[in-house]
Design a protein around this ligand. Structure first.
Ligand SMILES: Nc1nc2c(ncn2[C@@H]2O[C@H](COP(=O)(O)OP(=O)(O)OP(=O)(O)O)[C@@H](O)[C@H]2O)c(=O)[nH]1
Ligand SMILES: [Mg+2]
Length: 392
């Protein structure tokens, strides 16, 4: 092993690619020789049974044997074993031309931390991509990824890409399957890394058996990942919308029937509105907790606005606001009880008595949630103090 590490490490995930692996490795060698790069080639394999590993070794590649199954596990282990400053990844099925990695490496040398190949803005040879991936899966999921994560990446699933080793280590990836391809982009976006893009060609792969990728299972895994990592869109926005709708429904109906034209909205609207208000509030408070806590590994640091808001947050303030809500709810119930007593505990008209009870229950639920959230948020404050050294 040489003392000076190479500049570039090619990492190929491989599962039973005996038909095509040697061809890929030949193209990589050609690329390295033509560019005069100092480079190494790694084949990350988790369980090939068709002689792929032997082929890799025979062609001079280093084989990293990965115990955990999956495309993401293989790449992650390959990247961790790599010694190069720049990592190039690409499939081992001859669907990519590794000679096109030159543009990606140039992007990294120019300061990008992640350089994405894009087939959608490059070239897709006839028969290389099924129509449902070409016109549905790839563009739609990439569009959702761009909207949710604010990145200008046209092809979230391109298998040929490059990233700096340092960027990969900072990403702290965790997925094991095909959604690893989305994870690299999402992590880079959350860590505000510089992302570049270069067109690449997708060829028809050179193997005779079907691909490992399963359209619906893997499509769902990508989508699920994109949604989970975007609490602002999955929790905060729907939560705020629910709260607004809930308040708009509950406010006019909690004192009596509310007429719009000839339609009277009553207790049913009040119950539905109150429920929406409480559920929406829970989503928003949960999302804030997620953003505050998950900053180290999952979502990057909380936004500056959120950090500033927490400069004013005090546990006592949250507890007082929560307690006030609960108290208001209790007063409302007490007032109804007194009225009931004054009437000699007779039969109540539920369309009237339920109104105050729903309003009171809503206030109590919001207050209790505020108390709960305040404790959770103040734990974050304690954690920050520990990180600043105040907890020593
Ligand atoms: N080590 C390892 N490699 C995998 C695994 N799944 C897929 N790969 C490799 O990842 C690359 C891409 O897999 P494909 O099955 O071609 O998936 P795809 O290119 O996204 O999908 P298609 O466009 O349908 O071919 C190939 O080099 C596979 O050998 C896995 O579980 N472990
Ligand atoms: Mg393929």
């Amino acid at each position: 092993m040489t003392a000076t590490p190479p500049e570039v490490s090619f990492v190929l995930p491989c599962l039973n690619e005996a038909e095509t692996l040697a061809g890929c490795l030949r193209e990589i060698d050609e690329c390295i020789a033509r560019q005069g790069w100092s480079a190494e080639v790694i084949v990350a394999d988790n369980g090939s049974s068709d002689g792929s590993r032997e082929i890799a070794r025979r062609c001079g590649a280093r084989v990293v044997e990965v115990a955990e199954r999956g495309y993401g596990s293989a790449l992650r282990a390959g990247f961790l074993a790599a010694r190069g400053r720049l990592l190039v990844m690409g499939d081992a099925d001859l669907s990519y031309d590794f000679r096109e990695s030159v543009a990606l490496v140039e992007l990294l040398r120019g300061g990008c931390e992640l350089a994405m190949g894009t087939r959608l803005r490059g070239r897709i040879e006839p028969g290389a991509m099924p129509w449902k991936h070409r016109w549905l899966g790839n563009p739609v999921l990439s569009w959702i990824g761009r909207r949710l994560h604010g990145v200008r990446v046209s092809d979230f699933h391109c298998g040929l890409r490059a990233l700096s080793r340092d960027a990969f280590l900072r990403m702290r990836t965790s997925t094991t399957g095909m959604e690893f391809a989305s994870e690299l982009v999402v992590r880079a976006a959350l860590l505000r890394m510089r992302i570049g893009e270069a067109p690449v060609t997708l060829r028809k792969d050179g193997r005779s058996r079907p691909p490992h990728l399963r359209s619906f299972r893997d499509g769902w895994r990508h989508l699920r990942y994109l949604l989970c990592m975007a609490p602002r869109f999955t929790l905060v926005l729907p939560g705020l919308v629910l709260m607004a709708l809930g308040a708009a429904a509950a406010a006019p109906t909690w004192r009596g029937t509310f007429w719009v034209g000839g339609v009277g909205f009553d207790i049913g609207t009040l119950v539905a509105g109150s429920l929406a208000l409480v559920v929406g509030y829970q989503w928003v408070t949960a999302a804030i907790a997620v953003r505050l806590f998950a900053h180290t590994s999952a979502f990057g640091p909380p936004s500056e606005r959120l950090q500033r808001a927490f400069g004013f947050f005090r546990l006592e303030l949250g507890l007082a606001a929560g307690a006030l809500c609960v108290l208001l709810g209790a007063v409302l119930i007490a007032a109804r009880l007194l009225e009931w007593r004054a009437g000699g505990y007779g039969r109540l008209d539920p369309s009237e008595s339920a109104r105050a009870m729903v309003a009171a229950a809503t206030l109590i639920a919001l207050g209790a949630q505020t108390v709960f959230a305040s404790f959770v948020y103040s734990m974050y404050g304690l954690q920050q103090e520990i990180e600043r050294g105040g907890g020593a």
